[in-house]
Structure formats: C-alpha cells, structure tokens
Design a protein around this ligand. Structure first.
Ligand code: SAM
Length: 216
C-alpha cells in the first residue's frame, strides 16, 4: 500500500482544497467546515479512498472525513476527490494517535476502520487501531450512541480486536467471520483491500462496537 516518494505528492496535498491542513484548529468546528450540522463519519487509515468516496457519493446527508498518515497514499484519494468534487468529503493527513486533538468530545458519530495494519509484534499492540488505547481515544471523540465498525481479512487481528472491545468496556453489537456470506452483507461497500482479499477467496471479518447508552 505504501507508495513511497510519489513525485510532487506533498505539493499536491498542500494545494488541495479538500485537505484540511491544520485539523487541530477545526476541533469543535467541523460543522462549520462542512456548512451544516449533518453527522460526521470518519475512516481512519482510508488508504486510496475507494470506500469513503463511495459512501460520500451514496450518502450526501452525512459528512465524511478520511484520515491517512502517508502522503504517498492520501494523494490517490485526493485525485479521486478532485474528479468527484464531493461537498461532504474532507481529507486529513495525520497519524490517528493524535485524533483527540482534532475532534471535540462527542463530535464524531461513526468511525470506520478497514483492513488496519496488523502490527504483529506484541510490543506494538498499542499501535493497532483496535487496541484498548485506541478505543479510549474513540471513547472521547464518539457521540454516546456512536459506533466503531471494523473489517479485516486478518483473523488474528480480528480475534485480538474482539477481546479489546470487551477489555475496553464496550459492547459488541454484532460480528461475523464471513461478512460476504452473512446477513450483514447488504449495502456493504468494498475497500481496495477487501476487493483484493475476497477475490483471493479470503473471508472478511467484521465487527460493530458501541458503548452502553445511559438510561437503557
Ligand atoms: N482502508 C484501506 C483499504 O481497506 O483498502 C487501506 C488499508 S491499508 C492496509 C491501511 C492504511 O492505514 C494504510 O494506508 C496506512 O498508511 C493507514 N494507517 C495505518 N495506521 C494509521 C494511523 N495510525 N493513522 C492514519 N493512518 C494509518
């Protein structure tokens, strides 16, 4: 995925009107960035952006923010958005470790994590986007009834994530070890990695996690 040294990518990112360059300054103001109060859904580690650009096209009443840490990758999402010019899609180049500096408490309604890097060594577990450390960050920025939706082909990472949901004190709303042959497949939008892995015959795992809504 990591296309190193894509020529001119930093310049193109700086010039793009769809990229929010100092996202910390928009903390608490994302509705103003979009010019409406629609719910905000983010994808962390969006890669080349196929998933989030498709969702933004399908759901104009939702505001989407795609987050990607590498310039050489986000540039592909910028090229898609340059063609599509979707008013409900913004992009941020950042490491999601700093996500609480960018979104106010409860500012985000949904977080998508798709085919996140597995970080297989135990000592790197806290870098996994479904680690308890990341769930603690999501706990801050997500609305009370917000959801984290995670897909992966990696069964070890998925099993780890199922445990971390519980460890973090979240509810597992539902999960499947074979999304494409499950009741949850309807309306599924494929990511680049998902298209590749499912074409190879690999089953796709998916979970939906949320917090207990107080008063229920
Ligand atoms: N979501 C895409 C898909 O399913 O096709 C891309 C999957 S790719 C394996 C994972 C992406 O997440 C990479 O582009 C990587 O740079 C990005 N990523 C990993 N950790 C990240 C982090 N902490 N913050 C932002 N992006 C991250």
């Amino acid at each position: 995925m990591r296309l190193r040294n894509v020529k001119g990518s930093r310049e193109k990112i700086s010039a793009s009107a769809f990229v929010i360059h100092e996202p910390e300054q928009q903390k608490g103001n994302w509705s103003e960035v979009f010019g409406n109060d629609n719910p905000i859904h983010i994808e962390i580690g969006m890669g080349k952006g196929q998933f989030i650009t498709t969702l933004a096209q399908q759901n104009p009443e939702i505001n989407y923010i795609g987050i990607e840490k590498f310039s050489s990758v986000i540039i592909r999402a910028i090229e898609k958005q340059d063609e599509l010019q979707l008013p409900n899609l913004k992009l941020i180049r950042m490491d999601a470790e700093a996500i609480e500096e960018v979104f106010e408490k409860g500012e985000v309604a949904r977080i998508y994590l798709n085919f996140s890097d597995p970080w297989p060594k135990d000592r790197h577990a806290k870098r996994r986007l479904t680690s308890r450390q990341f769930f603690a960050r999501y706990n801050t920025i997500l609305k009370e009834d917000g959801q984290v939706i995670f897909k992966t082909d990696n069964r070890e990472l998925f099993d780890f994530s199922l445990e971390e949901v519980v460890e973090a004190g979240w509810n597992l709303e539902n999960h499947t070890f074979d999304l494409h042959n499950s009741e949850y497949v309807e309306g599924n939008v494929m990511t680049e990695y998902e298209a590749k892995f499912s074409a190879e015959g690999k089953p796709i795992n998916r979970l939906v996690a949320s917090r207990e809504v107080k008063g229920e």
